[in-house]
Design a protein around this ligand. Sequence first.
Ligand code: IMP
Ligand code: MG
Length: 178
Amino acid sequence: MHKDLEKILYTEEEVKAASKKLADRINKDYAGQEVVFVGLLKGSVQFMADLLKNIDLMCKVDFMCVSSYGNGTKSTGRVNIIKDLSEPIDDKNVIIVEDIIDSGNTLSFIRQYFAAKNARSVRICTLLNKPSRREVEIDVEYIGYDVPDEFVVGYGLDYREYYRNLPYIGVLKPEIYE
Ligand code: IMP
Ligand code: MG
């Protein structure tokens, strides 16, 4: 598994430090308010766990599973809901927790979906951001790290469902997916 990586981008310590910084900002921004954190399965799971341990607010946690990718490394632009929210979010402050924003298609779909469900507010918190690949304009309030246009795996991020368990984020060797 480790040998399939070209290089390590962020160590576990660096990822945890980013989660802590983002949680500190969220704690300040939402002081005295309740928040529902909605993690997008499956990529957000490791990041969500780190983030939540540093959140000092009354909050609920929910998950959604959507797919836009199929099995390749490029977005198809279509988003399917595989698992929906388990509780209503009307009048709630929602923070969507995501592993990486690439084209922006997934998040722009979910934002509209949550707005239609009458959330009081919706913000996005992502561990990684690939700004160079954006296809739709999208406001992202909380970003851990901007990454270059390379396919990254680990810390929840997958290639064909593998590598999610790596305790760091690295660049996959192109020969693995070419
Ligand atoms: P978007 O809809 O194009 O913004 O894609 C978002 C989803 O694509 C993320 O939740 C990831 O599952 C996946 N994705 C995008 N870039 C990468 C990458 O570099 N590595 C692994 N998954 C990625
Ligand atoms: Mg994925």
